[in-house]
Write a protein that binds this ligand. Sequence first.
Ligand SMILES: NC(=O)c1ccc[n+]([C@@H]2O[C@H](COP(=O)([O-])OP(=O)(O)OC[C@H]3O[C@@H](n4cnc5c(N)ncnc54)[C@H](O)[C@@H]3O)[C@@H](O)[C@H]2O)c1
Length: 409
Amino acid sequence: MPAPDTAPTRKGRALLLENIHADAEALLSEAGWEVETASGALDEAELVERLAGVSLLGIRSQTQVSAKVLEASPDLRAVGAFCIGTNQIDLFAAAAHGVAVFNAPYSNTRSVVELALAEIIALTRRLTVKDRAMHEGVWDKSATGSHEVRGRRLGIVGYGNIGSQLSVVAEALGMSVFFYDTTDKLALGNARRCGSLGEVLEIADVVTLHVDGRSSNSGFFGQEEFSRMRPGSIFLNLSRGFVVDHAALRRHVESGHIAGAAIDVFPSEPKGSGQSFDSELRGLPNVILTPHVGGSTEEAQEDIGRFVAAKLRDYALHGATTLSVNLPALATETAPGTVRLAHLHRNVPGVLAAINGVLAGAGVNIESQQLATRGDLGYVVTDIAAPAADEVGRRLQELPETVRVRQLS
Ligand SMILES: NC(=O)c1ccc[n+]([C@@H]2O[C@H](COP(=O)([O-])OP(=O)(O)OC[C@H]3O[C@@H](n4cnc5c(N)ncnc54)[C@H](O)[C@@H]3O)[C@@H](O)[C@H]2O)c1
């Protein structure tokens, strides 16, 4: 059981690995943390060694934060994944040790939207074919098969963060937007919601996939869906590699039924830069292949740096868990002139009464209190007029349901 955090200051040491953007270091240093950085990932043993005395850890996709690392790092309070995915972190073990995990789900939305738009224009204009001919020394000045995107119909499948932003920007270029989403989504601008995937496929000149990675989406776009697309239409996938049957796409490009395609994500992707890449889509005309770079821009990296560092800071200072991927969400800042007790516990009946019993028994006056739950976890933040005695922290920590107690002044 971790000891309660009752020290008057929450600031301490932060460790940022894997070349996280410099803005993250600047933000945490400015807020009072002593920040150490390293350019690469660390293996399990190195990580445990470096985490002694470190309360905030920042990683990207290569550092594995396993249950063993979390078990062996009692000083750790929060982990920031400076990326989108959090598969590299044992979220369950983190929650069990009272370690909050944050990521940056929205920082690269615009980058994906801009790449999709660039590709829609390039493919509709057949720029890839013109470019290849020029490099081969052929001057092919002809308008045949080249179109403006203005007035063309864009079909968006998956109207989430990316799909809906693409909808707005594509309309600004004069495209007519149609979309299909499995959940009821509000249509933005003049976009029109379709009742089925088939409806989008039959109406759109360009079909672009922006669905999430739920397992039921595996292989959901294949022979039947390509066949339903309009002859001469364009296809894009910048969502997940496993959602599209590439053999079916190849057949439809070779037959000319699909006039062009852009694919950024693949069922199996090389682990790192410089490694060889193979796909049945290589060598096809008017097909743009990119190495999963939809969200990879310097702007997105900068935004991720600031966004995740701010989440770590706000959690450390105020116990704010908004957008945490593993703890119940509570947002507010500590009220001026008060001290906050942040109590993470197993979500069973009676814990709130037990916490308040401890506080009442010690004569502590509660200024405000909030509770949030998420699955097996409950989180209570209680603002009190003056710092509580160490004994109060100890008694709260000793409640059988307690995962972690922090006093934030
Ligand atoms: N290429 C890249 O570099 C890159 C970068 C960021 C995100 N992505 C991927 O882009 C995708 C979209 O990201 P997002 O942030 O917009 O996600 P999101 O969760 O906000 O939106 C996904 C939407 O798809 C809908 N959906 C799921 N399955 C569907 C189906 N079968 N048919 C119709 N609608 C369906 C959901 O209801 C949701 O509205 C994700 O798969 C994400 O991993 C790729």
